[in-house]
Write a protein that binds this ligand. Structure first.
Ligand code: FES
Ligand SMILES: [Fe+2]
Length: 340
C-alpha cells in the first residue's frame, strides 16, 4: 500500500499506483458490453454488508484518521474513552475534512478548521449535526456497515475471533485492485480457473448453500502441481456479505484464510488477505508448507489481478454447468443492492 502524503497527514486509500490500463475507465469497459448484470456499478451503488476498514490498533484514543471507501470521504476515530466512531468526513460548518487534523476531546469531535465541537448524533447549539455511521470491531479489525438505502445493520460482523480460534496470523497481503468488487468475488466459485490459472489438478464441487447474507461454496482441490506432491484438500469458503470471505483448508493444511474486499469506488477495490495457521504447529510443517504457501498465495494473487483488471464483465448466462455457481454468486451479490 502506498500512502498518499497530504501535508503531514496520510490518506490511506485510495491510491492509484499508476498502473497502465488499456482503457481509461472501467466504465468504458462496462458500457462496451451488452450484458449489464451489474447495473448498480454505473450508479455507484454497492451491495450491503460489513466491510473491513483498518486494524483496530491503528486507531488510537483521541485520534481521527481519513479514509475513502464507497466513494465517500470518511473519518474514523476513537474517543478518549476508547469508543470507535465513524462518520462522514466533512464538517457541517464550512466543510473541513475532519479526518485531516481533527481529534476527539472526550467524546466530542473537534474540527481542525474553526475548532467547533460536535457531539455525534446530537444537534449542536448552532443547529448542526454529524451523524455517526455503524462500525464494529472484531478480532482486532474495524468493520463498517454499508447499505445503499442507508438502513441500519440487521446482523453483526461475523465473529472472526471464534472462526480463527486456536490460530495465529502468519501472513498479511494487501492490494489495491483496479476492478469492481464483484469481479473479485466471482473468482472464488470459478472452478475451472483454479486449473488453468493456478495450475491445480482437479477441482470438484462439493457444496453450495446460499442464505440472505451468506454464500457458502466448497470444493475439493489437488494442489500437488502448485505446491508439492499429494496435497489434496477441501476448500471451504463462506462469504459473510460480499466484503468478508473466510476460507478453511482442511486435511494436511489445517489452515484458514480471511479475505476482505472493500470498494474504494465502483472500479477500485481494497483487498486485505491473511493466512492463519494453528498455534500448535509442527516447525517442519512451517518451513515446508506454510511459509512457501505465503509466497505462492502472493504469486497466484498477481495472476488473478491481471485478469480482473483487464477483463470485461462477461456473459449473461452460463455455458457450462459448473459456471452456474458463478452466476448464483453474481445474483446473490445483486440481491444485496436495493434498487434505487
Ligand atoms: S469547518 Fe468545521 S468548524 Fe468550521
Ligand atoms: Fe484465483
Amino acid at each position: 500500500m502506498v500512502p498518499f502524503l497530504f501535508g503531514q497527514y496520510k490518506i490511506f486509500f485510495p491510491y492509484d499506483k499508476g498502473r497502465k490500463h488499456a482503457y481509461s475507465s472501467r466504465y468504458d469497459l462496462i458500457s462496451a458490453t451488452t450484458s449489464l448484470k451489474f447495473k448498480y456499478m454505473k450508479k455507484n451503488l454497492f451491495p450491503s454488508g460489513w466491510y473491513y476498514m483498518a486494524d483496530s490498533k491503528t486507531i488510537k484514543k483521541g485520534k481521527i484518521k481519513p479514509f475513502k471507501y464507497f466513494d465517500m470521504d470518511l473519518a474514523l476515530g476513537r474517543t478518549s474513552t476508547g469508543k470507535i466512531q465513524l462518520f462522514k468526513a466533512h464538517c457541517p460548518h464550512l466543510g473541513a475534512h475532519i479526518g485531516l487534523g481533527g481529534k476527539f476531546d472526550g467524546e466530542q469531535v473537534v474540527c481542525p478548521f474553526h475548532g467547533w465541537k460536535h457531539t455525534l448524533d446530537k444537534m449542536c447549539d448552532k443547529g448542526l449535526k454529524i451523524s455517526s455511521l455503524p462500525v464494529q470491531e472484531n478480532w482486532g479489525k474495524v468493520f463498517m456497515w454499508y447499505s445503499n438505502d442507508h438502513r441500519a445493520p440487521d446482523y453483526d460482523v461475523v465473529p472472526l475471533d471464534q472462526l480463527g480460534k486456536g490460530h495465529f496470523t502468519l501472513h498479511t497481503n494487501t492490494l489495491i485492485i483496479k476492478a469492481p468488487l464483484v469481479e473479485i468475488c466471482e473468482n472464488m466459485p470459478d472452478l475451472d480457473h483454479y486449473v488453468y490459472v493456478h495450475g491445480m489438478k482437479d477441482t470438484k464441487f462439493t457444496k453450495m448453500d446460499i442464505k440472505k447474507n451468506t454464500f457458502e461454496f466448497n470444493f475439493k482441490i489437488d494442489t500437488s502441481a502448485t505446491i508439492t506432491k499429494d496435497l489434496k484438500s477441501e476448500c471451504q469458503n463462506t462469504f459473510y456479505g460480499p466484503g468478508i470471505m473466510w476460507v478453511n483448508l482442511t486435511h494436511v493444511f489445517q489452515m484458514k484464510s480471511s479475505v476482505t474486499l472493500t470498494p474504494i469506488d465502483a472500479n477500485t477495490t481494497y483487498m486485505h488477505q491473511q493466512i492463519h495457521i494453528p498455534k500448535l504447529f509442527n516447525p517442519l510443517k512451517l518451513l515446508s508448507l506454510y511459509l512457501p504457501l505465503c509466497f505462492i498465495y502472493k504469486k497466484e494473487m498477481k495472476k488473478d489481478t491481471v485478469l480482473w483488471e483487464n477483463k470485461i464483465v462477461g456473459g449473461n448466462k452460463y455455458q457450462l454447468l459448473q459456471e452456474s455457481h458463478i452466476f448464483k454468486l453474481r445474483n446473490w451479490i445483486n440481491s444485496l443492492v436495493t434498487p434505487p
